[in-house]
Design a protein around this ligand. Structure first.
Ligand SMILES: Cc1cc2nc3c(=O)[nH]c(=O)nc-3n(C[C@H](O)[C@H](O)[C@H](O)COP(=O)(O)OP(=O)(O)OC[C@H]3O[C@@H](n4cnc5c(N)ncnc54)[C@H](O)[C@@H]3O)c2cc1C
Length: 383
């Protein structure tokens, strides 16, 4: 159990107030810890602020990604509904395949998922476009769309918020120093931004995305996903459509300005392949960068001190395999990252795992530990 420190020093500083940082700060503060939440741009100013925040599982075949996605979906949906009901709009989800491969995946998913679903009402399908009727589909009993700013603000309110750009991290006499702030433990949830320390074994894969809110006279009765996600109509006739995926353009590193008109056209064209939308007016654009990992699993847990590890275990650079307990770790430093396009689904689930690790000493699922990338990185360097 972590002892609680007093006054100006925090038990935990969480760097990054996206959904990863906000849900972590919320869970740790609720567990009785004194938490500082630090972000250069304030609450949900990064990729999270751009998200449509659909809470839906990944429709993938069997394997760890599917298992994690379903467990996280199950947990997070209930968590948002319980704690952030005013910011959570629940609805069934009509998921439709969009090509031959995903057709096979959806068919497989139906026979292997533990999530409750039914066949869509044939009358509903006839109201959709021929491309929607031609493919496998399923109606998931539940899904949701979260109001990002609203929910993240409520989460952040449990911690003490600081709008600071952290330039460096220094560990001295048992405390991490983040400029003027001090904390015993630090959680890095900085998304696709530059790492604050040398973490060469994980470079977030930046995936730029654009989504829009539109007004339309067409009423959409439920959340849908085929070529893009399309939310159910709200009381004002607003529908969220998203998102595009671009691994070549990264506004965090590029001077080139983004072509919003082209992005809008792509989104509206993709949505129109599922449902005909009448009298459309684009109300708002949202763009941001998701941080993904190469194995499609997130990263959660202690951060390996790479240089010290190589110094202590020099044969690792020749490919020798060591138990991860032999690696050297930064003291009391953890990361949550690589949540890709499912941050709103994964983050609350991972935040509970981190809370249980820090507060109760429970193990973190080895599948998500950042240390899994260390040997892989060394092997690649040796090639
Ligand atoms: C267009 C779009 C649509 C999406 N739709 C969905 C969806 O429907 N459902 C879903 O689950 N996910 C969706 N996502 C993905 C989701 O947004 C991401 O998974 C999520 O935002 C990742 O959250 P994060 O906290 O890791 O990163 P971010 O939200 O990017 O937060 C990182 C934060 O760290 C801060 N930071 C970084 N470095 C520093 C520093 N040195 N000092 C201080 N602050 C720092 C940044 O300012 C930033 O606010 C979407 C993403 C995009 C772009």
């Amino acid at each position: 159990m972590l002892p609680t420190l007093k006054k100006l020093v925090f038990d935990v500083a969480v760097v990054g107030a996206g959904i990863c940082g906000c849900s972590t700060a919320f869970m740790l503060a609720k567990a009785g810890l004194r938490v500082a939440l630090v972000d250069a741009k304030g609450i949900a100013g990064g990729g999270s602020g751009a998200a449509g925040a659909f809470i839906a599982p990944k429709f993938v075949k069997s394997g760890p990604v599917k298992e994690l996605s379903e467990a996280a979906f199950h947990f997070s949906l209930a968590w948002y509904e319980q704690h952030f009901g005013a910011w959570t709009s629940s609805s069934r989800l009509l998921h439709i395949a969009n090509n031959a491969l995903s057709n096979a995946r959806v068919a497989y998913f139906k026979t292997h998922t533990s999530l409750p679903f039914s066949a869509p009402d044939p009358q509903l399908l006839t109201q959709l476009q021929p491309q929607a009727q031609a493919f496998e589909s399923l109606l998931l009993a539940s899904s949701a769309v979260v109001d990002v700013k609203g929910a993240c603000s409520v989460m952040a309110a449990e911690a003490q918020m600081f709008k600071i750009h952290v330039k460096s991290l220094r560990h001295e006499r048992g405390l991490w120093h983040l400029g003027a702030l001090q904390a015993r433990h630090v959680v890095l949830s900085t998304g696709a931004h530059e790492h604050l320390l040398d973490i060469p074994y994980f470079t977030p894969r930046a995936v730029f995305g654009h989504r829009i809110n539109i007004h339309t006279t067409t009423h959409n009765p439920l959340n849908m996903h085929q070529f893009v996600s399309i939310s159910k109509s709200d009381s004002k006739g607003i529908i969220a459509i998203g998102a595009t995926h671009d691994v070549h353009y990264n506004p965090l590193r590029s001077e080139v300005s983004y072509d919003y008109a082209k992005g809008r056209m792509e989104l509206l064209e993709k949505a129109s392949r599922t449902i005909a939308l009448e009298d459309v007016e684009v109300m708002e654009d949202f763009t941001g960068v998701r941080a993904a990992s190469i194995d499609h699993l997130p990263l959660l847990g202690p951060v390996v001190d790479f240089l010290k590890t190589v110094e202590t275990l020099p044969k690792i650079s020749q490919g020798k395999e060591y138990n991860i307990n032999q690696y050297k770790y930064y003291p009391n430093l953890y990361m949550m990252n690589g949540v890709g396009g499912y941050g709103f689904v994964l983050a609350p689930y991972l935040a509970v795992m981190l809370r249980n690790y820090l507060v109760h000493g429970s193990a973190i699922d080895p599948l998500v530990l950042p240390s899994r990338f260390v040997r892989r990185y060394m092997m690649q360097k040796c090639r």
